[in-house]
Design a protein around this ligand. Structure first.
Ligand SMILES: [Zn+2]
Length: 188
């Protein structure tokens, strides 16, 4: 089972290969920037979310109730992931191919909403007013495609390195009765 450091190295290796492939395709005019997949917004969203998924939002955050690599990368904010680690058993739902990455996104959204709500409640007591605006503009399809692709790919590489197949969600049903957190001592 791969350690956090190994996961990061694998993801960065694949990233370098992808960057090389892209440079090659650009040089041969195979990657058309007017195509949604190769638009600059798509590529930047891909790169950013891929790196976030490599260093900050990994499947092993299901161990965040203990000190672990991705949580440490958040610094003090890593504490925000402790409830996620307490909620999800190691290599359980968090390590499934489609729902697993989604649980972390939903967790972040709920966290952001809770913090935003708290800020808007507390700020008036100090004479401030807090408002939230989102301005995505016309590039939203590129940003959506790029960030989903980058994030999911980073998570899938982790699962592949862990030796987890896409049908993990169905297979693990049999293993569930054998106890939660059984493998806590070997983070991978
Ligand atoms: Zn893992």
């Amino acid at each position: 089972m791969a350690s956090g450091r190994t996961h990061e190295a694998i993801n960065l290796g694949v990233f370098a290969a992808l960057a090389g492939g892209y440079a090659y395709a650009r040089a041969r005019s195979l990657a058309d920037p007017t195509n949604l997949l190769f638009a600059p917004e798509t590529l930047w969203a891909f790169v950013l979310s891929y790196l976030i998924g490599t260093f900050f939002i990994t499947p092993d955050l299901d161990l965040a109730e203990n000190r672990m690599r991705a949580r440490n990368n958040w610094g003090l904010l890593g504490l925000l992931w402790v409830p996620y680690g307490a909620l999800f058993s190691h290599r359980g739902l968090s390590h499934t191919w489609f729902v697993g990455p989604l649980t972390r996104l939903l967790y972040l959204v709920l966290l952001a909403l809770a913090l935003g709500w708290a800020a808007s409640e507390i700020a008036p007591h100090f004479g401030y007013r807090v408002g939230f605006e989102a301005e995505v503009g016309e590039s939203w399809p590129q940003l959506l495609v790029g960030s989903l692709a980058g994030y999911y790919l980073s998570q899938w590489l982790h699962l592949i390195a862990d030796g987890i197949q896409p049908d993990h969600a169905w297979r693990r049903k049999g293993a569930r009765t054998r106890g939660r957190k059984r493998r806590r001592r070997s983070p991978s």
